[in-house]
Design a protein around this ligand. Structure first.
Ligand code: 7PM
Length: 285
C-alpha cells in the first residue's frame, strides 16, 4: 500500500497520513466561519491556516465549500466554485501538500483537477449525475464515503440490519460503478462516513470494527473529528471535543486507518506517531 499517487504527488499510506480540514463555508461547525464570512472567502486567512496545518504535519488538506450538515442550505454550483477554486489555486501555487476537494459536483471536480487538486473527496460517493465520468476524466484518486440517505434527512431515523455489512455492500457496489466508468480500483479510497445517516451506536460499532472494512486492501479514510458521536458520549460542546477526537484517532490507527481527516493537526500527529510506535514496538518510523 506504499506510494499511493495523488496527482503529481505520492504519499506512503503504510504510515497514517493526516488530512487537515479547511472548510470554506459559513458554518461555525469545523471553524469555517472565519475563513468564509460576509459571503466571501478570506484567502489570506485560508492560506495562513493551510500553512499552519502543513507545518504541523498535514500531508493532505481537504477543501470544502458545501456544508453537508443536516438541514444546511443548498449551495449553487457557481457559489461552490467561487468558494473552493480560488483556495485550491492559491494553495497549489504556494504549498507542498496534496489538495483534496470535498465535493459532489462534477463541474467542481473538473475545475479543481485543472487547478492542481490531487484527490476528489465525495460524501455522495460519486452518486450525482455525471460525477463518475468527471472523476474518470481527471485521472485523480477518489474517496468514496458511505452515507445512508441524504444530508437533509439522514439523521431522522438511521436504520441498519448490520451497519458493518451494509457499509461493505455499499463499498462493493460503488467500486463496481467506478470500474464500469473506467476508474481503476487502485485509485479508490474508502470511508465509512461517521455521522452520515448513523446513530451514535452505529458510529461506535463502526469504529470498534474498522478493521473489518478491509475491502480488496483499499486504503481507509476516517473522519470523526469533533463529531456529535463524541459530543454524545462525553456530553461536550464542539470546542470541548479534542480529547475525545484524539481517542478515536488512536483506535482508528490501531485498526489500520490510512488517512485521518481532522481539525486539530498538531495534536493528531502526536497521537498517530505514538500509536504507530506501539504497533511497531519501536521508535523509528
Ligand atoms: C457539518 C456537519 C459540517 C458535518 C461538516 C460536517 C467527512 C467528509 C465531512 C467524513 C469524508 C465534518 C463534516 N465529513 N468527508 N466531509 N469523511 N471523506 O465533520 O467523515 O467536517 S463534512
Amino acid at each position: 500500500m506504499s506510494g499511493f499517487k495523488f496527482g503529481t504527488r505520492e504519499l506512503d499510506l503504510s504510515q497514517t497520513q493526516i488530512m487537515g480540514i479547511l472548510n470554506v463555508t459559513p458554518d461555525s461547525f469545523s471553524d469555517g466561519g472565519q475563513l468564509y464570512a460576509d459571503n466571501v472567502v478570506h484567502l489570506d486567512k485560508v492560506l495562513l491556516k493551510a500553512e499552519m496545518m502543513v507545518a504541523d504535519g498535514a500531508s493532505i488538506l481537504d477543501v470544502g465549500g458545501e456544508s453537508t450538515r443536516p438541514g444546511a442550505k443548498v449551495v449553487s454550483v457557481g457559489e461552490e466554485q467561487d468558494r473552493v477554486l480560488p483556495v485550491i489555486e492559491r494553495i497549489a501555487k504556494e504549498l507542498d501538500v496534496v489538495i483534496s476537494v470535498d465535493t459532489s459536483t462534477p463541474e467542481v471536480m473538473r475545475e479543481s483537477a485543472k487547478l492542481g487538486a490531487g484527490l476528489i473527496n465525495d460524501v455522495r460517493a460519486l452518486g450525482k449525475e455525471g460525477a463518475l465520468q468527471a472523476v474518470a476524466e481527471t485521472q485523480l484518486p477518489v474517496c468514496l464515503m458511505h452515507m445512508q440517505g441524504n444530508p437533509a434527512s439522514m439523521q431522522d431515523s438511521p436504520s441498519y440490519v448490520d451497519v458493518i455489512d451494509e457499509v461493505c455492500v455499499f463499498f462493493q457496489q460503488r467500486i463496481e460503478a467506478c470500474q464500469g466508468e473506467g476508474i481503476d480500483k487502485n485509485r479508490i479510497i474508502l470511508d465509512p462516513g461517521f455521522g452520515f445517516g448513523k446513530t451514535v451506536g452505529h458510529n461506535l460499532r463502526l469504529l470498534n470494527n474498522l478493521a473489518k472494512l478491509d475491502i480488496a486492501n483499499l486504503p481507509l479514510l476516517v473522519g470523526t473529528s469533533r463529531k456529535s458521536m463524541i459530543g454524545a458520549v462525553l456530553e461536550r460542546d464542539l470546542e470541548q471535543r479534542l480529547a475525545g477526537s484524539l481517542a478515536t484517532v488512536a483506535i482508528a490507527v490501531m485498526q489500520g486507518a490510512n488517512i485521518m481527516r481532522v481539525h486539530d493537526v498538531k495534536e493528531t500527529v502526536d497521537v498517530v506517531r505514538m500509536t504507530q510506535a506501539v504497533m511497531m514496538e519501536s521508535i523509528d518510523k
